[in-house]
Design a protein around this ligand. Structure first.
Ligand SMILES: [Zn+2]
Length: 396
């Protein structure tokens, strides 16, 4: 055995290092989502095929994955002579794991939200916005607090019936691996928590809002620091670990929150695909949830003027992603929509997105209506309904 403590790698330049006499990139990537091994591109001819590109090397197993020459078993792996390298430099970057299926996201996010629970201030905030205790519980809002950083997620999943080797968290945005005291640990929202610890002197609370698909599976989470909006003034951002070790991305998904009256969630869940003739369209998952609750609350109080316009709301996270509505509307066989965005739209970009959305919906043959109201009675439709007012609904 060679001396364990002396590194057998040398950094040659910013992008290049030498390990076991091979010149490779210093950016490792995972090529198998179920394995932590990192593979590095050659910055020299491949020792197996002699070509300059494509083939990769794994120092931890001293193996080449050659894209041109297969081994005796028909596989691309070639183990080299000599020792493996265990004391590697910190990887510069790993590529994301493929994002998990909706079904797996739902399983993992439900476990996560249950484990996190709801901190008091976050709960008071939701009650103030007009949600009932029952709705808050059914929608499974949760809080991220400083202690969230200490959770041992492997143990949490094990208690829920998924052993460590199942790696059930893999491909679920928000999860990543972080090296602590020489050991890789599974963490949730790690960089967000670190960011909030830096910003806040004392304790903090952040709200997690689940986004549900047309089967009421939780497929994404948005997070809002209760005290600090982002620099551009927006309050929410996606829980994502794109570009982090064993992380995954929320991009390229149908990130629309399909919101139904909270007691219905568990009736629909279990594979039933929601369809509806009409739907409310808005921006912000929580806003969508509140609108749906209020529509049904009013109905049970004997007023069906809102319910006539639809019992379900679809919410995108930002007006820029308005095209996502189209795919969800098709899936849910919607024919008529009520556009209900905030009335104080000042940003030209947002106005343009809305105009483009209305145009697109009309071109696609939807009946398009718009909810309008006096801003003094509420900024968003959620506030308006919570304040006891009704919008005016006009066809456009
Ligand atoms: Zn090769």
């Amino acid at each position: 055995m060679k001396g364990e403590s002396k590194p057998n790698w040398v950094t040659c330049s910013r992008k290049l290092m030498e390990i076991n006499g091979l010149r490779i990139s210093n950016r490792g990537k995972q090529i198998n989502p179920t394995s932590d091994l990192l593979w590095y591109e050659f910055k020299q001819p491949c020792p197996i095929c002699g070509h300059d590109d494509w083939c990769v090397y794994c120092p931890e197993t001293n193996t080449v994955r050659c894209e041109r020459v297969i081994n005796d078993y028909g596989r691309p792996y070639h183990k080299l002579e000599g020792e493996v390298t265990t004391n590697l430099p910190e990887p510069k970057k790993t590529y994301d794991v493929k994002t998990a299926s909706d079904k797996q996201l739902d399983v993992v996010y439900r476990i996560v939200l249950q484990e996190l629970g709801l901190a008091e201030r976050t709960k008071q905030d939701l009650l103030r916005r007009g949600l009932t205790e029952e709705a808050i519980a059914a929608k499974q809002y949760a809080s991220v607090i400083p202690d969230t950083a200490l959770i041992q997620w492997d143990d949490v999943f094990e208690r829920a019936g998924y052993d460590k080797d199942s790696n059930i968290w893999r491909g679920v945005p928000g999860f990543s691996k972080v090296k602590m005291n020489g050991e890789w640990r599974v963490k949730f929202c790690w960089s967000a928590i670190k960011g909030m610890i830096e910003k806040h002197d004392g304790p903090f609370e952040a709200l997690l809002v689940p986004y549900r698909n047309e089967r009421q599976e939780i497929i994404g989470l948005q997070i809002r620091d209760l005290d600090h909006p982002k620099e551009d003034g927006s309050k929410y951002r996606w829980v994502s670990t794109a570009g982090q070790v064993a992380g995954s991305t929320v991009a390229n998904r149908l990130n629309v929150n399909v919101s139904v009256y909270s007691p219905m969630i568990n009736d629909i869940k279990g594979g039933k695909h929601l369809v509806s003739d009409s739907a409310w369209l808005t921006e912000g998952g929580l806003k969508g949830d509140i609108i749906t609750e209020k529509v049904l609350e009013r109905y049970f109080q004997g007023d069906d003027t809102l319910l006539k316009n639809g019992f379900v709301s679809l919410a995108i996270a930002g007006t820029g992603s308005y095209k996502l509505f189209l795919e969800m509307l098709k899936r849910m066989q919607v024919k008529s929509v009520i556009v209900a965005f905030d009335v104080d739209i000042e940003k030209e970009q947002v106005r343009n997105s809305l105009n483009a959305l209305v145009k697109l919906l009309k071109e696609e043959g939807y009946t398009v209506k718009k909810a309008t109201w006096n801003i003094e009675n509420g900024k968003g439709l959620d506030d308006l309904l919570n304040n006891g007012y009704l919008p005016e609904i006009v066809e456009i």
